[in-house]
Design a protein around this ligand. Structure first.
Ligand SMILES: [Mg+2]
Length: 314
């Protein structure tokens, strides 16, 4: 690297933030030291993003940083956790100051919004990629897991689905609506919603690979099935202006990168859900069943057939 690693870290990554009482020692030693309060559990998640695989190679550095952090925070949101710290392993082909500054700006803009502290990491030379490990707290026993769904639970999703997938397919067209580009380049981790669902949702997951695939993970882990009315899937005006409803439904079910939450709530807690979610946009799309199958249908009961599965990693 043209700039010494120590200088890069100090200039672009050692950003002091509001006092975070649980960090005993942050960047600067061989490892960080943190403490976990007695009544909390530690939630950990790691995700790697590779240039050309998880984001187009020409993505702006600030957008890359936002997305890399957002997808990790989204995993914590899906557990109902409050994020506290992250570590970052960044591999760069070269150390360009402009790139580093923009990456750092994008990273800390999101990190500061959720009061998340970067407490350590690693810099290496190589093809552009990054791994972020996010860590957060949840009161003991309250984590939203994939294995808690029960027959009769109602299935909900946050916001709209399919926009990020549409943006990925068409990102080279400059005319895409900004809302769609934002959904793809700057997904919003639904941290506050995850926190609200503690003690209410039986199961939750964030939608990274399409609703069908990700709900499928809940069904498998919970040993249950689901019936989804595809006519109720929340679709944005932008996607409906660009696609026939059937194609938009297909994207909502199979396109990745939305990072919305899918969660299940028992019927006797739906009033509580309505109360805590007063200012949120979320939609009931179906019900958990004991069939162990995912049944997709229209309003009139006619079966909906998926044309493709969700994003396949291998
Ligand atoms: Mg996830």
């Amino acid at each position: 690297m043209t700039i010494p690693e120590f200088d890069i870290i100090n200039t672009y990554f050692n950003k002091s933030m509001d006092a975070n009482s649980n960090v005993i020692l942050g960047i600067g030693d061989d490892a960080a030291i943190v403490s976990v309060p007695d009544d909390q559990e530690l939630i950990l998640s790691i995700d790697t993003l590779i240039s050309g695989v998880h984001f187009p190679a020409d993505t702006a550095p600030a957008d890359i940083a936002h997305k890399a952090l957002a997808v990790n925070l989204s995993d914590l949101a899906a557990m109902g956790a409050t994020p506290k710290w992250v570590t970052l392993a960044l591999t760069l082909p070269d150390a360009k100051e402009k790139w580093l500054r923009e990456f750092s700006d994008g990273f800390f803009a999101l990190a500061n919004r959720y009061n998340v502290k970067l407490i350590g990491g690693d810099l290496t030379r190589g093809p552009l990629s990054m791994s972020i490990q996010a860590q957060g707290f949840i009161p003991k026993g309250l984590a939203l897991r994939r294995d808690g769904a029960q027959p009769g639970d109602l299935i909900y999703v946050t916001n709209t689905l399919g926009d990020a997938g549409f943006a990925l397919q068409h990102y080279q067209q400059k005319a895409l609506p900004q809302t769609m580009l934002d959904k793809f380049y700057r997904p919003e981790p639904r941290i506050h919603i995850g926190e609200k669902l503690r003690g209410i949702a039986n199961a939750a997951i964030d939608i990274s690979d399409g609703l069908a695939a990700d709900l499928g993970h809940i069904l498998k882990r919970s040993n249950v099935g689901a019936t989804i009315n595809v006519a109720t899937l929340p679709l944005s005006e932008a996607i409906l202006a660009s696609l026939e409803r059937d194609e938009a439904i297909q994207l909502a079910l199979t396109a990745g990168d939305d990072y919305e939450l899918c969660f299940t709530v028992p019927e006797n807690k739906t009033d509580e859900l309505t109360q805590v979610m007063q200012n949120e946009f979320y939609t009931c799309v179906g019900t958990i069943t004991s069939t162990k199958k995912l049944d997709l249908h229209f309003d009139n009961g006619k079966k909906y057939v998926l044309k493709t599965a969700g994003y396949q990693h291998f």
